[in-house]
Ligand binder design. Structure first.
Ligand code: ADP
Ligand code: ASP
Ligand code: MG
Length: 407
């Protein structure tokens, strides 16, 4: 007998029919003698619908109330799935985050899980129930409802698996695993049998939304056996996230290509080229609680230099305002920005032992006439910022150049 945590995303529970299908799959695992905890998302489109509803009433919604609102989506699905399980003759009990007691900090809309009480779930499992838990939500120490950020049900799934020391955490979604890149953008993308935890972490943080980044962090920290699978196929082993590089079956140098349109670029032109300037620019940005991602500073000429960095697109306007406020103090000639950019990244642990990845990447983009605006690298990834309108083209040509398509 194993203890398995299964998480089903929005599309997988998008209609009553699909909820019944999920119940069938859960029943199969129950029949094999396993204990099952199921985490579900809101029905597809529901969270977006609620966000839009809030904005009609309060254009810049209060975050505490937003979490009260958004958590209702998942509450609907846990009840419906529990009913569907009962219809199949199984014992089932639903839990909201607060009922489990998934304790989080109080950072509404992006709360972090601090602790999970397993007592109630354990008792139900031992009594033969399927435990059905609402994803994406928790409760802070004062009893306020919190949510974990978009895509947060993945994190609920992995965190429950860690807390219950489950044998496996299965993330069921609308694709049958982790692909070399988003199969919606590149139809030739290939499913990976395995991907290392490190690579998955990079891919998630660079924009591959198949797993929320915090779920991957959790899996790494607590060594959760994590697998991504299709909720629509009956067979298939999906993608296993592995901890050892040797476990990688495919020894490709590049494992995947990630991309996102979530960033915007800000350039501070003509600042004095002297010690402390980076601090004078980025200090106020940090004080305003704005995260900075990529940074470049030009080599100075004539005693001045240019400084460029990226922030999340949602914080672009705020960052520009902050800098305009200190422009005179910094002595900058001009502050400009661009929010029509995209970041495209190639990821792979094989990069550690292979040279020439960067040159292949840059040549491929040059051949398509795509201008690179910024570059950043780590041991296992190279990212470039380009004009947003070339993003999909860049992903497609890089996917081909690195030989990632279906054999
Ligand atoms: P769920 O609602 O099940 O959580 P998501 O929409 O959050 O599903 O995540 C699944 C989607 O992630 C897929 O439909 C796919 O378009 C997208 N995706 C992005 N990058 C990848 C990738 N490398 N591999 C697989 N899917 C990816
Ligand atoms: N329903 C939430 C969202 O749409 C959480 C999730 O699905 O993981 O972001
Ligand atoms: Mg998701």
């Amino acid at each position: 007998m194993a203890l398995i945590v299964q998480k089903y995303g929005g599309t997988s529970v998008g209609t009553p029919e699909r909820i019944k299908n999920v119940a069938q799959r859960v029943a199969k695992f129950k029949m094999l003698g396993h204990q099952v905890v199921v985490v579900v998302s809101a029905m597809s489109g529901e969270t977006n619908r609620l966000v839009a509803l809030a904005k009609e009433v309060q254009p810049n919604p209060d975050l505490r109330e937003m979490d009260v609102l958004l958590s209702t989506g998942e509450q609907v699905t846990i009840a419906l799935l529990s009913m569907a399980l009962m219809e199949l003759g199984l014992k089932a009990r639903s839990y909201t985050g607060a009922q489990v007691k998934i304790v989080t900090d109080s950072a509404f809309s992006k709360a972090r899980i601090l602790d999970i009480e397993e007592r109630n779930m354990r008792a139900d499992l031992d009594a033969g129930h399927v435990v059905v838990v609402a994803g994406f939500q928790g409760v802070d120490e004062k009893g306020n409802i919190t949510t974990l950020g978009r895509g947060g049900s993945d994190t609920t799934g992995v965190a429950l698996a860690a807390a219950l020391k489950a044998d496996e955490c299965q993330i069921y979604t609308d694709v049958d695993g982790v692909y070399t890149t988003d199969p919606r953008v590149v139809p030739e993308a290939r499913r990976l049998k395995t991907v290392t935890f490190e690579e998955m972490l990079e891919m998630a943080s660079l924009g591959s939304k198949v797993l929320q980044i915090r779920s991957v962090e959790f899996a790494g920290k607590y060594k959760v056996k994590l697998r991504v699978l299709s909720s629509f196929d009956d067979e298939g082993e999906g993608t296993l996230i592995t901890f050892e590089e040797e476990d990688r079956m495919e020894q490709a140098i590049i494992s995947g290509i990630a991309f996102n349109r979530d960033e915007a670029k800000i350039t501070v032109l003509g600042v004095p080229d002297r010690p402390g300037i980076a601090y004078q620019i980025l200090g106020p940005v940090g004080d305003a609680n704005i995260d900075v991602d990529m940074i470049i500073q030009n080599v100075g000429a004539d005693g001045t230099t240019d400084f460029t960095f990226t922030v999340h697109r949602n914080e672009y306007k705020k960052a520009l305002e902050v800098l305009k406020g200190v422009q005179a103090h910094i002595g900058a000639r001009e502050i400009t920005g661009d929010d029509r950019i995209a970041k495209v990244s190639v990821v792979g642990v094989g990069m550690r032992s292979h040279a020439g990845i960067a040159s292949t990447m840059f040549r491929t983009l040059a051949e398509e006439g795509i201008n690179i605006q910024m570059i950043s690298t780590s041991e296992i990834k190279i990212s470039v910022v380009i004009n947003e309108k070339y993003m999909e083209l860049a992903v497609r040509v890089l996917h081909k150049a690195f030989g990632l398509e279906e054999a």
